[in-house]
Structure formats: C-alpha cells, structure tokens
Design a protein around this ligand. Sequence first.
Ligand SMILES: Cc1ncc(COP(=O)(O)O)c(C=O)c1O
Length: 439
Amino acid sequence: MSAMAIAEQTSPPSSAAFDLVPLDLAWVRAQFPALAQSVNGHPAVFMDGPGGTQVPRHVIEAISDYLARNNANSGGAFHTSHNTDAVIAEARSAMGDFLNCDADEIVFGANMTTLTYAMSRAIGRDLGPGDEIVLTLLDHDANFSPWKALEEKGVVIRTVKFNEADCTLDMQDFAAKIGKRTRVVAVGYASNAVGAINDVIEVVRLARQAGALSYIDAVHYAPHGAIDARALDCDFLVCSTYKFFGPHMGVLYGKREHLTRLRPYKVRPLTDKIPHCWEWGTLNHECIAGIKACVDYWEELGRRAETGRAPSKTRRAAILSAHTAIHQHERQMTEKMIAGLLSIPGLKLYGISDPQRFEKRCATFIVRVEGHTPLELATKLGERGIFTWDGNYYALNVSEQLDVEQLGGFLRIGLVHYNTMEEVGRLLEALREIARIKS
Ligand SMILES: Cc1ncc(COP(=O)(O)O)c(C=O)c1O
C-alpha cells in the first residue's frame, strides 16, 4: 500500500470528505448518565476525558447484565462458562474491528501500562548489550519506563526530542536516533499532554527500514481518530478502553507472527495458543462484556451519522463514520477553545495553536496562567462544576523538559465528542474570571 493510501486511512478525515449528518449531540449526551450530574448548582462539565471518559448506559447495562446472568470463569463445561467464553470472543472480534486487525491479534489486560510491561519483558528476553531502543520525550511514562527498565540488561535507550515551540516531535532527531542497532521504536500516536498527533506512519516506516519493532501507544488518540493497525503495519499497538467510553481495561494489538514467536512469562497450565497465552490469570469478564458494548456504541454512533445515505455494510465502516462525525465536532470546539484561550491575559498555551495545523492535534490543551498554580486553577474550575486536570498526567518528560515540573505542571483541558460548544464557552468564561483575580 502506498504511503498516501495509508495516510488517508489513518489520519483524520478532512471536512471536505464529510458527507454525514452532524453529530446528534442530544442523542449522544442522553446515552451518558454521568453527564446529567451537577456540582454546587452548576451542570457538570467533563473536560477530564484524557484521564478517562464517561460510559454510555449500554456499557453499564452490559457489565451488570454479565454479572447478573453469566458470571463464571472461562473454559468450564457448563452454561454460564460457555456464555463467558462467547462474551470474550465477541469482545475480541469487536476490538478487531475497532483497530482493524484479526480477533486473535487482540490481547486483553488490566490496562495499557501492565500490557506494556508484559510485552517489554517478553521482547527484552532476546535483547542484551549493544541493542538499542528508541523512545520519545513526548510520550506518557507508560511507553517509556517499561522500555527503560531493559537498561538493566545492557540495552541502550535513545530518546527523541520534541520542538519546544509547538511541542511536536523532532522528526529529524527521530530519523537520526534510529540505526542498525535499534530493536524497538516506541512512540505515542498522540500526546496526552500537548495533544500533538505524531507522524506514526513515518515512525513505523523508519523502524521497519532499520529492522526494528514498532510499538504504538494509541491510548490518547483512540477517542479522537480512527486506528487502522493493518494499514499502519505497526508491530504492536496499545490502547485503553476507559479512554474511549468503555470500562477500565487495556487492549493490545500484536501482529500474529510476533505474538506467536515471542515467549510470554506465564504459568504452566495456561495454553500456548495466541492470544490467550498473553492473558494471565482470570480476566475482568464483566469489563470485557462492557468492551463489546462500547464498540456497539461506536457502531451506533456511526450509523446515526449516516442518516440519508447508504448505510455502512460492516461494523468497521460504521465505526469510521462515527470518527468522521466526531472529528468535525471536535474540530469546531478546538477552533473556539484555542481562540478563546489565546485571548485570556497571562495565559500560555503549549502546543499547536495555528488553525492551519489543527489536523495535527487533538482537542487536548495544556496551559499555565500567570499568578496561579495549575492545582489552584483546577480546584477553582472544579468548584464551578468544570472538571479539568493539573500536574504532569505521567507525561513526566514533557513537564521536566518545559521546566514546569516543580511548578505544578500544567492545567489540562480535554474535550471529547460529548462536550459541547456551550461547555467550551463556560470553561473560557470561568478561566478568564479566575485568571483576572490574582491569588
Ligand atoms: C498516552 C497514554 N499512554 C498510556 C497511558 C496509561 O494507560 P493505562 O492507564 O491504561 O495504563 C495513558 C493514561 O493516561 C495515556 O494517556
């Protein structure tokens, strides 16, 4: 497949390609019971999506329905255990459609961090002195420390810089750091701090050219853009369902050849068959039921956006329609948010702010405001019912490199598709008012 074709499949669709009806926000919001809450008389505004999103009713019901009717361990010779096996198989197939890979290339785990430690240890079994791993300073620590731990085997870690002006990866540095000793290249699809979308297509290409494995952390990207593991041709890709409207779990895609070839650390009675040999102990079956329901939600969202045109024939195609509709809405909110943030006196926004380059960022914004710590800002916003985050969100290298780690990091405002333009207005108004009052 040509680089252009891959780019078309893996980058957000342009608004010109948008032929769907706009997101039905009233329907979307009605699916999420949590959004109806209020705090101190203010309707709650959930701008904490990068830390974890809310879940639709369908997911909540699937979890409780599993516990009510099918609660059992897997692999038993009786009804509820058979049902449990079926629930897991359906969720695996649904995640295969979400990431565009085969069901047996999907591994379930507690979260992305745990899955990444498992994989780095397995990959690390074959590494030693002289081998190199390339990491980036823009990544969440969960795609940094599990690889850095292999230094104890003599592996050399090489880190890629980011450009401080717009907080995007330095791709020249990337190309320079990858060489003939590189064995693994680990990179985020999008930054959970500055919101930059990285050129993962190019990173996978560079890794493959060097004969290295590519490991993509798509945790932050997943609620914002379509992921196509097959087109991307990466070796591994990880995400966490609780960041895209599902339960608290992690999912790893691994190319079948690698899942088969690599040797997991595992207990003896566990099968050697993939993907089960990578799933240790009893899984969280109720959450796995919720994962299937989460993908159902994406499918439903896509089909609703297709009103007035031929409906998608497959679940995967409907998921892509959902992404197109989401992208349009998030883009509009991004325009309003960035223009508004930049007009607040004393506020510094980190990351891409040029509207011409908005396709290279997600609707995730980090700021600092003169005279206020991020914790103060988040607390005052929280009192007004607006949920944001403060600190480094484990993107520790980012806050250290930008020299704000000792100053409380940044305030992070994260939007997902259930947020509204009106909520963006409320955030901006509240932040402007808080910024005016010197503490
Ligand atoms: C970009 C990114 N990578 C990895 C993680 C870790 O995910 P998990 O909590 O599933 O281990 C997070 C969590 O915030 C994240 O934002």
